[in-house]
Design a protein around this ligand. Sequence first.
Ligand code: PHE
Length: 530
Amino acid sequence: MSYTRRSFLTAVGATGGAGALLATMGALGLAPTAEAATKTAFTPPQPSDFSLTGRAGKKVVILGAGIAGLTTAYELGKAGYDCTLLEARDRVGGRNWTIRNGDRLTELSGATQTARFAPETYMNAGPARLAQWMVTLDYCRELGVPVEVFTNSNAQAYIFHEAAGMTAPVRWRTAKADVYGYISELLATATDAGALNAKLTAQDKERLLSFLSSFGAIGGKSSGFAYTDNSRRGHSVDPGAGDQEGTLLGSVPSLSSVLASGVGQRFSFEFGYDQAMLMFQPVGGMDAIPMALAKAIGKHRIHTQSRATKITNLETGVEVEYQDKNGKTQLITADYCVAAMPPHILARTPHNLGADVQAALATPVPTNAGKIGLEYRRRWWETDENIYGGVTNTDLDLGTLWYPSSGYHQSTGLIVGYYNFGAQADAYAALSHAERERRAVEQGMKIHGAKYRDELKSSMSIAWKLQPHIEGAWVSWPSREGAYQLLNRPAGRVHFAGDWLSYMIAWQHGAIESARKTVTELHQRALKES
Ligand code: PHE
């Protein structure tokens, strides 16, 4: 079929609506719509798909009430599917978990902590930041979940590299000024000396030098493009009134010691597509998302403390055996099943989906992550250090240290004293909670001093690999061939969903996109099969 450009646009407009028309125009370079292409297209199932064709909504059993399971039930429910969610834990949300006063956290060993926090204090034990392009924010809008800025990078926060010989933390702004400054000095010197003549015209050189002058705050040619102390690095006495012009920090480290400190390697994080400012968080805690989803789905459809014990694919349906909250074995049958559990837990659940599916489920490798929430009597990071949100990066086993992006100027507040992955998280997981707290405080004192110990009020720690029915923070795939591909297709009447089946693992965005893909495929199939 051949289209003129105009008839092609008209055809797209007729079937895809104005959004598709604009997106197509953007693709053809006719409209400034780069944004329209960032999310996977999704048309939720409509009630009319069934009612207008005289068909009845199908019955779907969904295993796991994390973000993927909840999104599946929410989207299918809009069209009149009869969904039942089975959740092994006593709450919905999965890894999306906000801990507040009175909440209990139990690990596989049976070790239990109970949160003793001020009423306004909360800790996002799992997901805590959303990029603006993520579909998660669309769900916040649709569900009426208010959001606020989450400060991911803050010039006022610190970098602390103990192994590089630092005895005190350096402010992010100071480290950045030094790295950008010296890199600019080097590049300007090389450019001016003609070292880059093969790559640059005379005009390029002039423009590059003018860029480097502002990028690095370096001196002119007469100074040898020297990088020297300047206000970007910060002040020991801030500028004020009258003749108080402020005092610069002084003692600029040498180029060689800036390189040796390794601080420059930190800055790429804030450039990341997933991590760049601005980022967002739901007001009052990340669990506002699963709470709103559960409410929209209908609580009567969600069975907590109900663990799937056997999945049987049948010719005309699916049968799931589960243990209910009283420990009784129950059977539920449905037309379809969506298994939205972690793959390594599914791999331990008896099923008849075949050896290939079993091998595929056992393929992704779980990673551990850990966090400790430290509640303080006083928001000393604000009052004493002028830090309002953001993250301090370290080479200590605590990984990163987060200051709260809410509750500013309140009387108390909660810092994330460690957020770490892999081996560092395993080291803390091996300890009792009291030992984790002691170790985290000991490490954090290197950055914040004695108040870090003395003003601590209470704490809660999580080791994701020790959380029952979850047993990991996220997974990694050795490859996206084979197993990943197989589980991105249904096995009989069992479909799969989860962030582990997306290219955005360890993000709610991935879980939601995977749920939407599964909902689309299941719905197309249900329309055919009924
Ligand atoms: N989404 C998680 C976080 O923001 C895990 C993650 C870390 C994912 C870093 C990608 C990069 O911390």
